[in-house]
Design a protein. Structure first.
Length: 480
């Protein structure tokens, strides 16, 4: 049986009882709705009850809307606040947006308008909620924040809140799989650019000779194969946010062109003589050591400092294993819905193995492990037997055995021709083992770069990607 999906909790705060009842009637089918007559009641509610989103009037007795907004954000910055305002107080509502409110809705409130705004606001809430799974915020019964060993991720969460109120460029740094795109989306969907597009580009996945066209676009006939005009990502993301993943992989010549756009906010499409203005916020990400690259002269210092106004470092999962149980619960909820199951927990032995493991693939690897367990598990609790062999030893080893050590690189596929016995003489199987080993060695040598691996091995990119998918290889594991 498919588990029940929990409803978002919405609090309506307005001294007009008739308006509260009208909004409750419009929203009760899709949300869990509560009411408060003023800011004082609102704060009592958010301190005692789960709250995802607040519809907040600006003009109220005892505690006004602006003061209530600040108090809510101080208590829990993840709560999304929508301002209800009369036309005469729209300037106050705009000021509230600068103070951290998501947006405002003018009275009289129309059902279609409020539902559309709620949908967008809850998208922003979900982004913050995803981030909070990696940065648990612990409080005591009195509401005071408690310190935890995952202090670095709490710092990340605090920085995201601050970055959402400004328009500076951001550089996200950390190993593959630590959640850099989740953080980028959280910044965008809680910023003043949230109505614009969030456009993500993985620069390492774009052939070097096409990156300029991908970012800036091109005119028809600009080069062989350019049979029509193309809009680049800078133009497509105009007014929004452009997420440049793996920015450390671009060539020096492209670094110059990117720096020029950041400085002058203009670019020229390939084959064009006319400049196009660019109004985008850049959030860049990399797992490379840019300081070392600058010393070697392969990454420009001026571009680094232009991007790195306020860098965010995402720690690897092995350095914050206290977050494991929270993350496991999050992914259990996700896969219960995706696979229509009702798995309720994880047994102690399984959790023990997971805490011993060093998670070289970080949160991405953890998510894959939980989905793997969901596919195999037949009970309502994840057991150690549903975990991949990479997490726990093969059946037959004792409970107190040590799991595999942290891998500095993914496990190799052994294909030792010497010592083959009659049971090993399966040519198709042996051929596949050798093919997989060849691809892994090539990816390791060229640091997981698909295009370079394809060129150097003389294997077409299409064939390489098909083989990677066939053998379950993750090219990201080989990036350095």
């Amino acid at each position: 049986m498919r588990p029940e999906v929990s409803l978002n909790h919405i609090l309506i705060v307005d001294d007009d009882a008739e308006l509260r009842q009208s909004l409750r009637a419009a929203l009760a089918d899709d949300f869990h709705v509560d009411e408060a007559a003023d800011g004082v009641e609102a704060m009592e509610h958010v301190q005692m009850s789960p709250t995802d989103l607040v519809l907040l009037d600006m003009d109220m007795p005892r505690m006004g809307g602006m003061e209530t907004l600040r108090a809510i954000k101080k208590h829990d910055p993840r709560i999304v606040v929508l301002i209800l305002t009369a036309y005469s107080t729209v300037p106050d509502a705009v000021a509230a947006v600068r103070e951290g409110a998501y947006n405002y809705v003018a009275k009289p409130v129309r059902r279609a308008d409020i539902r559309k705004m709620l949908s967008r606001a809850l998208e922003a809430h979900d982004m913050v909620k995803q981030l909070s799974y990696s940065a648990p915020e612990l409080r005591d019964q009195g509401g005071a924040e408690l310190s935890s060993q995952s202090g670095e991720m709490n710092k990340v969460f605090s920085l995201v809140e601050k970055l959402a109120t400004v328009d500076t460029h951001v550089l996200l740094r950390g190993e593959s799989g630590t959640g850099k795109e989740v953080v980028a989306r959280a910044i965008h969907y809680n910023s003043l650019r949230k109505e614009g597009r969030f456009v993500a580009v993985n620069l390492s996945a774009v052939p070097e000779n096409l990156i300029e066209s991908e970012l800036f676009g091109h005119e028809k006939g600009a080069f062989t194969g350019a049979d029509q005009r193309k809009i680049g990502k800078f133009q497509y993301a105009d007014g929004g946010t452009l997420f440049l993943d793996e920015v450390g992989d671009i060539s020096p010549s492209m670094q110059v062109k990117l720096l020029r756009v950041l400085q002058e906010k203009k670019f020229m499409p390939v084959g064009s003589n006319h400049e196009v203005e660019s109004n985008v916020r850049i959030i860049a990400a990399t797992n490379r050591n840019l300081e070392e690259m600058m010393q070697k002269g392969v990454f420009r210092e001026d571009l680094f400092y232009r991007l790195s106004v306020l860098p965010i470092f995402l720690p690897p999962l092995r350095e914050r294993k206290e977050d494991l149980e929270t993350l496991v619960r999050h992914f259990m909820g996700k896969f219960n819905e995706a696979h229509q199951k009702s798995i309720q927990g994880i047994d102690e032995k399984a959790l023990k193995w997971m805490k011993k493991y060093d998670w070289p693939g970080n949160i991405r690897e953890l998510e894959n492990v939980i989905e793997h367990a969901f596919v195999l598990e037949g009970s309502q609790v994840i057991s150690e037997h549903s975990l991949p062999d990479s997490i726990r030893p093969m059946t037959g080893e004792g409970e107190d055995s040590q799991p595999p050590l942290a891998r500095t690189e993914p496990d190799r596929v052994d294909a030792d021709v010497d010592g083959l016995d009659d049971d090993d003489l399966d040519y198709p199987q042996f051929k596949e083992q050798m093919e997989k080993e060849f691809i892994i060695r090539a990816l390791r040598k060229f640091h997981g770069r698909i295009n370079q691996t394809s060129q150097q091995t003389k294997m077409s990119k299409k064939t390489l990607l098909r083989k990677i998918e066939k053998y379950g290889i993750n090219a990201e594991d080989y990036r350095k």
